[in-house]
Structure formats: structure tokens, C-alpha cells
Design a protein around this ligand. Structure first.
Ligand code: IMP
Length: 511
């Protein structure tokens, strides 16, 4: 499509990449820079809306990688609140991974349709023990009779002022004079009723006392004071979230649990997407869950892209070997430099409507602009999001610097810990002392909150759009063209000839 939304079939950079291919030459980030163009827009006027898969949109084209040092529920929540998408890693056992998905999906829920209820003839002591065992962070419960009708509410005060915990029943301490509202009550109405009656919990039930759900004051307040503009939300107003699956028989059960918890997109997370196992898993998932998007990968050749699209993929993940913790190209001798890989995959499926995610090797915001100029609809980040407050793992000090672990899922350390990591690299046979890693483990500097990292990355991407005169990132690929950059050209691109350099929030010298 051009800026008027019409697909032209050819792209400005077709000639550039055809010339490279003719020489059997493939390029990566440091080999190219985008050609500037006439502009009538400012970076602040640009839109970063894009897609990760056919039905999963993005307000900002950043996706966090399914790695055990990058994406669990905290990253999933933070990145979706910044308009992107988190993919929960599959190093977690299936039940835990599904619970992380549920935590992201429920983050913004203010109307709880399935609250934990208790019975009027339950013993107070039993409920307190259950609360402790299940680690519930709340003490308000709707109370039901034996016919499933709501008869009361108990709150923390009722438990606290109970004179005889061991011998009392819930019916002794609950309030049966209920302040309630009818089905259809919206958040603002619920808030004003709660304020008027000083109630922290508002049950919603019909004339027959069938409970439809509850509002709680903390959630309602969060919703109405939060500016949710820019959040990446599904049609029900919940944050979008994805999760990784593999291709083994166990992964079918894993997928089922994830779907039950409301996952929006399943990512078939393998090192070699152009393979029988991935094609079969893709077909199985599309047949079984026709309403859930499936993204398949990883691949780096056009033929592979065509094969996965033909098998039903709703999105593709491109990148074999560019990752900062990856040794695949060195140990296996395979790989396609990332910018050419992105272009070739996009070209192979052009017009199909299947989005492409460029995964790995991104070190600066400028690399995001380059990846999207080459044909990507989004980028997946590992290194740049690792070491943030929201990534899993603890901060510790090394050589006086605050750091966090960042490791490849094919590193010895990750493969020893996770069977799924061994499966990703086809190493299910033999003991863990026989593993042949395709990645390394290390540390990255602690970066603070992911929001600040994303602010810099997205600011740089917007600047790139401004230099090309492109208002919407979704049109970048139609308007981008490239210069091939010599070594000296890249040297002059970095800061140079300084006695010393102050750190910038979006720049570190390459190492
Ligand atoms: P980064 O953003 O450059 O650090 O790259 C992250 C990407 O590297 C991930 O999204 C994966 O596709 C890939 N990856 C993760 N672990 C490994 C590994 O152990 N070996 C090879 N590639 C890996």
C-alpha cells in the first residue's frame, strides 16, 4: 500500500535488495541505513499502529520475546499498557504459564464475573485457612446459599471483629442487608453507588438473586483514574497477551490450557520453523482453535514463509541467528543476515495480509526503523527488554554495576532447567551433560522500568518516520529505500573523535 492505502505490489527497496541478491549478498543492520525523503510531518504526528498477527493489533510495534529472562506476566502487563505485546515463555510449566496469561488478561478487569464465593454455612476459621493457603490478597467474598443465590457479603472488617473465629459460621458475621445494583450497571454508576454507601464491594445480581459479578472499589478506582489510551486492548477491554508453545504432544495440552485462560495468540516457538513438526502443529492449532491467531517460526527464507502461510499461519516470526545471545550461526553454520531475511520473507508472502515480526539482533531504535523499512510489521526484543524492572530475575551487582541475567533459551543453563528449551533445539535424547548449546548466558545492565526503555525506542522510531516523511509506521515498508553502508560509513554514523562521552539514555557504544 502507498500512503493512500492502495497496495502497489512493488516497493521502493525492491531494486536495492534485488541488486544484493544478484551478488549472493545478504545484509544486516550495520550494512544499511534508510534513505531520507521529503517530509511534511513531525515525529510527534506519527502513528505507530501495526499488527503482530492477522487479528492481534499493536498500538506500538514492539513485542517482548518468549524467554525466561524477558517475558512473564509483569512484562506482559507493562508492554501491553505501552501499546505492545508480551509473549509468555514456555519454560514455565503449562499450568503456571496459563496462570501468567490469566494475570495479564485480568489486569484491567473491573467487573469480576467469576468472583470467589463462599457459603453461609461455611465455618469462619475454614475460610480464613483457605484464604491463607491460596494466598488470596483480598478478604471480601459474596456469600451464597445452598441454591447458589447470594445472601450476603463478608469483608475484612467482618473477619476482624468476629468474636469467636473457631466456632462461628459465615452466616453469623456476614451483612445480609445488601447494597447492590442490577445487571448492566457500568463502572461510573458502580463507583457512585459505592461512594454514596461507603462500600468497597458492590454485588450485581438479578431479581432472583443470581449473582452476575462484583465490582471492587480498588479496581473501579484504578480504571477511572487511569488513562488507558494507548493500551493494547482486545474487544472486551482486556490487555492483549500471547504465549509460546512447542510442537510436542504435551504442547497440545499446553495450548488448551492457554486458550482456556484467554490467550489471544499462540506462538509456535522453535528454532527451525520450516519443518514438519511446526507445519503439523500449526495445522492442528488452526483446526482446533479457529478463533485464536497462531504465529509460526522462526524462519529466514522466502520459501519457508510461503510454506507457513499456506499451512494457515496468522503471523510469521523471522530470525535465525541474529539474537544477541545466539550462537546458532556459529555452531551450525546456517543463517541469513537479518535485514535481507526480513525482506525476502515479506516479498515471498506480499499481499497475503500475514504480518511479519522481525525477531532478534535489534540494538538501537534505528534498527527498528530499518527492520520495519525492510518489511517487518513489528519487532521482537529480547536483550533490550531484559534487565528491566519487569523482566524476571533479580538485580545484582557485578564490577560495581547493577545487572540482571539475560540468557538464550538454547544456552546450557536454560536447557538444563527447561525440557522445552531442549525441545526447541531438538535435544530431547540423552542426559543434560550431552547438551550442545546454541546460545549463551550473561548479564545486561539493569535498565529500570520498561516504560522508559520503550519511550526511547519509540521516540527513535518516530524520528525515523519523520526523516522519511511517513506518517504511519504501517506505510514505512512501502516508502523505505536503503543505502548500502561501508565500514567507514558506519564508523562515522557512531559518535567519534571525542575524548570522552557522556551516556545517553538511548545510546551505548557498540561492543
Ligand atoms: P535479541 O533481542 O537480539 O537478544 O534476540 C532475542 C531473540 O533471540 C529471541 O526472540 C529468540 O528468537 C532468539 N533466541 C533466544 N534464545 C536463543 C538461543 O539460545 N539461541 C539462539 N537464538 C535464541
Amino acid at each position: 500500500m502507498n500512503q493512500t492505502g492502495k497496495f502497489l505490489g512493488t516497493r521502493k527497496c525492491d531494486g536495492f535488495f534485488a541488486a544484493q541478491k544478484e551478488r549472493y549478498f545478504a545484509v544486516s543492520f550495520d550494512d544499511v541505513r534508510l534513505v531520507t525523503d521529503y517530509s511534511e510531518i513531525l515525529p510527534t504526528q506519527t502513528s505507530l499502529k501495526s499488527h503482530f498477527s492477522r487479528n492481534v493489533g499493536l498500538n506500538t510495534p514492539i513485542v517482548s520475546s518468549p524467554m525466561d529472562t524477558v517475558t512473564e506476566y509483569k512484562m506482559g502487563i507493562a508492554i501491553a499498557m505501552d501499546g505492545g505485546l508480551g509473549i509468555i515463555h514456555k519454560g514455565l510449566d503449562p499450568i503456571t504459564q496459563a496462570a501468567h496469561v490469566a494475570k495479564v488478561k485480568h489486569r484491567l478487569n473491573v467487573f469480576l464475573t467469576d468472583p470467589i464465593c463462599i457459603k453461609s454455612d461455611d465455618k469462619v476459621a475454614d475460610i480464613l485457612r483457605m484464604k491463607e493457603a491460596k494466598d488470596y490478597g483480598f478478604s471480601s467474598f459474596p456469600v451464597m446459599d445452598n441454591n447458589g443465590r447470594i445472601v450476603g457479603i463478608v469483608t475484612s472488617n467482618d473477619f476482624e471483629f468476629c468474636p469467636d473465629i473457631e466456632n462461628s459460621f459465615i452466616s453469623d458475621i456476614m451483612s445480609s442487608q445488601l447494597i447492590s445494583a442490577l445487571p448492566g450497571t457500568n463502572v461510573m454508576e458502580a463507583y457512585s453507588i459505592m461512594c454514596k454507601h461507603h462500600k468497597k464491594i458492590l454485588p450485581i445480581f438479578d431479581d432472583s438473586r443470581n449473582l452476575q459479578g462484583i465490582y471492587t472499589l480498588a479496581d473501579v478506582k484504578r480504571k477511572i483514574t487511569n488513562n488507558i489510551e494507548g493500551y493494547n486492548l482486545d474487544k472486551n477491554g482486556s490487555l492483549f497477551v500471547g504465549a509460546a508453545v512447542g510442537v510436542s504432544a504435551d504442547d497440545r495440552e499446553r495450548a488448551e490450557l492457554l486458550v482456556q485462560k484467554g490467550v489471544d495468540v499462540l506462538v509456535i516457538d522453535t528454532a527451525h520453523g520450516n519443518s514438519l513438526g511446526v507445519v503439523e502443529m500449526l495445522k492442528y492449532l488452526k483446526k482446533t482453535y479457529s478463533n485464536i491467531d497462531v504465529v509460526a517460526g522462526n524462519i529466514s527464507e522466502g520459501e519457508a514463509a510461503k510454506r507457513l502461510v499456506a499451512a494457515g499461519a496468522d503471523g510469521l516470526r523471522i530470525g535465525q541467528g541474529p539474537g544477541s545471545i545466539c550462537t546458532t550461526r556459529i555452531t551450525a553454520g546456517i543463517g541469513h543476515p537479518q535485514v535481507s531475511a526480513i525482506y525476502e520473507c515479506e516479498k515471498a508472502i506480499r499481499g497475503s495480509g500475514v504480518p511479519i515480526c522481525a525477531d532478534g539482533g535489534i540494538r538501537y531504535s534505528g534498527d527498528i526503523a530499518v527492520a520495519m523499512g525492510a518489511g517487518a510489521d513489528s519487532v521482537m526484543l529480547g536483550n533490550l527488554l531484559a534487565g528491566t524492572t519487569e523482566s524476571p530475575g533479580d538485580v545484582f551487582f557485578k564490577n560495581g554495576k547493577a545487572v540482571k541475567v539475560y540468557r538464550g533459551m538454547g544456552s546450557l543453563e536454560a536447557m538444563k532447567e527447561h525440557k522445552t528449551s531442549r525441545q526447541r533445539y531438538g535435544q530431547i535424547e540423552g542426559g543434560t551433560d550431552k547438551l550442545v548449546p546454541e546460545g549463551v548466558s550473561g548479564e545486561v545492565l539493569f535498565k529500570g522500568e520498561v516504560h522508559a526503555v520503550l519511550h526511547q525506542l519509540l521516540g527513535g522510531l518516530r524520528a525515523g518516520l519523520g526523516y522519511l516523511g511517513v506518517k504511519e509506521v504501517s506505510f514505512l515498508k512501502e516508502n523505505a529505500d536503503f543505502h548500502l553502508v561501508s565500514n567507514s560509513g558506519m564508523q562515522e554514523s557512531h559518535p567519534h573523535d571525542l575524548f570522552s562521552m557522556n551516556e545517553a539514555p538511548n545510546y551505548r557504544s557498540p561492543r
